[in-house]
Design a protein around this ligand. Sequence first.
Ligand code: SAM
Length: 347
Amino acid sequence: MKDFQNYHPSPPSSTQSNPPQAGGLVDGQGRRISYLRLAITDRCNLRCQYCRPEKGVSFIPHQEILRFEELGRLVAVFCALGINKVRVTGGEPFSRRGCLPFLTRLRKIDGVQHLHITTNGVKTSRYLNELSSIGLNGMNVSLDTLDQKRFWKITRRNYLEAVLQTVHGALAQGIPLKINSVVLEDTRDDEIIQLAGLARDFPITLRFIERMPFSGTMRSEKLENGNLLRRLKRIFPAIEECTATLPTTARIFALPGYKGTLGLIQGYSRLFCETCNKVRITPTGMLKTCLYDNGALDLKSMLRTGAGDHEIREAVVACIHNRFKNGHEAERFSNRETEPSMAMIGG
Ligand code: SAM
């Protein structure tokens, strides 16, 4: 078995018939792709109401999930094409045994300049020393409320203390931290104000996220059409939008007296597609070039039928060239009869 720690993909073939890549991976709209999100598992120790049903969750059989060696090989191939930022996500990445050694090995792959993780923070505090020592470039922790009862209601688990331990531990270790908070129909203003208090007191970005219509969650008038932005402006009249460093999914706002910033991710409105620089690999090895597509390339089949790096590379280049213009177009062309869970995609 190949040790991907020392894995260097073969150079691009000169006979490549795909559109030429002028200095990296560029899609048909001219967007440069430099960011890969890897969902390494569909397992999670929370059951967030907007992501998963409480009971009857069916998990992907282990043999269908990419092995760490396969994931590592793909990361090396993507980096050779111009990816320089990798985010490990899930499911909950730390629900998969071996996540930390995997991150350590990813760090050593040529081209992985920025290594990030998205976690629910439940088990993460025990790994913070190592995460800091491998030079993790950033951690996103998902936390939708600071209220114990609401945390239970949203996640159906009682782990708020453990998540807060991760948040404070990461701050103490100096790991750059963002907190992602999905705003639900019944999220109260005082919860938003409490969460924003973390950005007032600590140098973090607290990003409020529009709930997206995944996992069978209904579309909602209340959450649509820029309502969250209007709401934030009402609650925090002094917020001032900062100039964006492109490409970005979040709009960032400063508030007087805050050590950190507030963010807004308009995933529902899909206002950031024009500058989207990311692609995703699902736990079963499906390449998604848009959050809303059905999966554009079956990388697992390629890996498991003996495809060489150059074949994978050419397939990826072609697939990215044919990427949808935006999330609305992707959704129109996708089969949305069975709404996927974010846990299968990685958010
Ligand atoms: N377990 C990790 C975590 O909790 O951060 C990583 C995976 S989780 C699927 C990634 C992100 O997707 C989380 O911030 C979560 O809140 C978000 N998410 C899941 N379902 C969503 C939905 N329907 N709308 C908006 N965000 C969603």
